[in-house]
Unconditional design. Structure first.
Ligand SMILES: [Cu+2]
Length: 493
């Protein structure tokens, strides 16, 4: 099959059954509509603009973001009501900050209802985290400020209102949040040229052109149309021999296995929390909702390559893998190298210089079942865990459910303990997949910010599950701080 045909392929099951044309009817079993072949001509990939910033009198970098409704045109001649940040009708500008910056993020809500803005993956004080305890009322402006002190990473921002996250993100409230530090100069880093953000979302459209927000399955809202940075069937003109792709899964429920052509080697250089200690050659990277990966793809003059999502195994049973979109294979982006390319330097053999987390702290156990954690549903007034700042602990997640889940820990630096991966090679994570009937153990370090009254969140990042209450609250405390036992005066959303 030609990678240039831009045909979308069904997963193995339907393809084997002879269902060649993608059909939403055929795919409806288990709530997966499949990926539609729109027959769309490829169009240039939209690149989210960088968010402008100013310096205030104190030298702080100030970024203003306005969340507001807009109208987008994804399908020719079809107007879709959407939400966006920073004047974009859908999605948001890329916020870019550097380690050591004192930053101020000022978010104004021009929506009809309350929202919040969470800095996913950022090490921030709990009051600046943007979770459900920092609501922004319609017309109000909320300010978050902190000193950036974490390694270079591809983070993102999105709403986190109590019970409403899926709807807010689905309508278009998400953007990238890039942290820079002294990145090895040899990694491609010209934003939008050889350092390219790819925000993966999937949507289905109702007959009136609006997003379909009704047809959820057990995993959440699964779309039949893939948008990369809001573009359907995108291509990218490439002018260098290597391109770095920063891939974010900003979807509600769909997981992707990002690959090039048919599993050609690609170079993984970073995960959620930053660069790997050393590059890894892989044939694909699975991203569940909220996860990121940075990959470097080599290209040759004039030879097109196709970034695709391939079917993969989420370890799920009874067709649940299908409900998370993992049976689908489809194109994401066509790379169109020019006839003459600028030669990029080789990928450095050493990337992150971070000291790996040390084992030895206490273990906390979290059992996932029925969209609950340890049998409990989210309660905004209850403190579930109190964690000492800067301790390294082992957090053990056991999925006793038939559904895939993933666990996002706010404010945390995480390294998953994999038997085959030596300590010095572990990736930095903040969101980890926990397939059914498995236990995932991760080293977790929170802090240095402490607050004995305002909690951070631990939750499933499949947005339907999060909204259903698959979330706990934890406080991070310093020596001598007395943790609150309940939270009064919160906004129930
Ligand atoms: Cu879940």
């Amino acid at each position: 099959m030609s990678p240039l045909s831009r045909r979308r392929f069904l997963g193995a099951t339907l393809a084997a059954a002879g269902a060649v044309a993608v059909s939403s009817v055929a795919g409806c079993a288990n709530g997966n509509p499949g990926i539609r072949d729109l027959g769309a001509s490829p169009r240039p990939l939209a690149i989210p603009p960088l968010a402008p910033s100013t310096r205030d009198a104190a030298g702080r970098r100030v970024v203003e973001l306005v969340a507001a409704p807009g109208t987008s045109s994804f399908l020719p001649g079809v107007a879709t009501p959407t939400w966006g940040y920073g004047g974009l009708p859908f999605g948001g500008p890329t916020v870019r900050v550097a380690r050591g910056d004192d930053v101020v993020l000022r978010v104004t809500n021009r929506l009809a209802g309350t929202t919040t803005t969470h800095w996913h993956g950022a090490s921030v004080p709990a009051r600046a985290d943007g979770g459900p305890h920092q609501p922004i009322a319609p017309g109000a402006t909320w300010e978050a400020s902190w000193r950036v002190d974490q390694p270079a990473a591809t983070l993102w921002y999105h709403p986190h209102p109590h019970g409403q996250t899926e709807r807010h993100v689905l309508r278009g409230l998400f953007g990238l949040f890039l942290v820079d530090d002294d990145i090895p100069a040899a990694l491609p880093s010209d934003y939008g040229v050889d350092d390219v953000p790819l925000v993966l979302t999937d949507r289905s459209f109702a007959p009136d052109g609006s997003f379909d927000e009704q047809h959820r399955n057990s995993v959440g809202l699964l779309g039949d149309t893939v948008l990369v940075n809001g573009t359907i069937a995108p291509y990218l003109d490439v002018t260098t021999t290597r391109v770095r792709l920063r891939v974010l899964n900003a979807s509600s429920a769909r997981s992707y296995r990002v690959a090039v052509d048919d599993e050609a080697p690609l170079t993984l250089v970073g995960t959620d929390g930053g660069l790997l200690p050393a590059p890894r050659t892989v044939t694909g990277v699975v991203l569940t909702p909220g996860e990121r990966a940075e990959v470097v793809v080599d290209v040759a003059p004039g030879r097109r390559r196709v970034l695709r999502s391939l079917s993969h195994d989420l370890g799920a049973v009874n067709g649940v893998t299908r409900a998370a979109g993992a049976d689908d294979s489809f194109d994401l982006l066509e790379l169109r190298p020019a006839a003459r390319l600028t030669t990029s330097p080789p990928v450095p053999a050493r990337l992150s210089r971070e000291t790996p987390l040390a084992e030895g702290g206490r273990t906390r156990r979290f059992v996932l079942s029925n969209n609950r954690i340890n049998g409990r549903a989210m309660d905004m007034s209850r403190i579930d865990e109190v964690v000492p700042a800067a301790a390294t602990e082992i957090w053990e997640f056991t999925n006793r459910h038939t559904l895939p889940h993933n666990m996002h820990v706010h404010d945390a630096r995480m390294q998953v303990l994999e038997p085959d991966v030596p300590a010095g090679e572990r990736a930095w994570k903040d969101t980890v997949a926990v397939p059914p009937s498995t236990t995932v153990r991760a080293l977790v370090r929170v802090g240095p910010h402490t607050d004995p009254e305002v909690p951070y969140m631990l939750h499933c990042h499949l947005l339907r599950h999060e909204d259903d209450g698959m979330m706990l609250q934890f406080l991070v405390v310093g020596a001598g701080q007395r943790a609150a036992t309940t939270i009064a005066g919160h906004d129930h959303g």
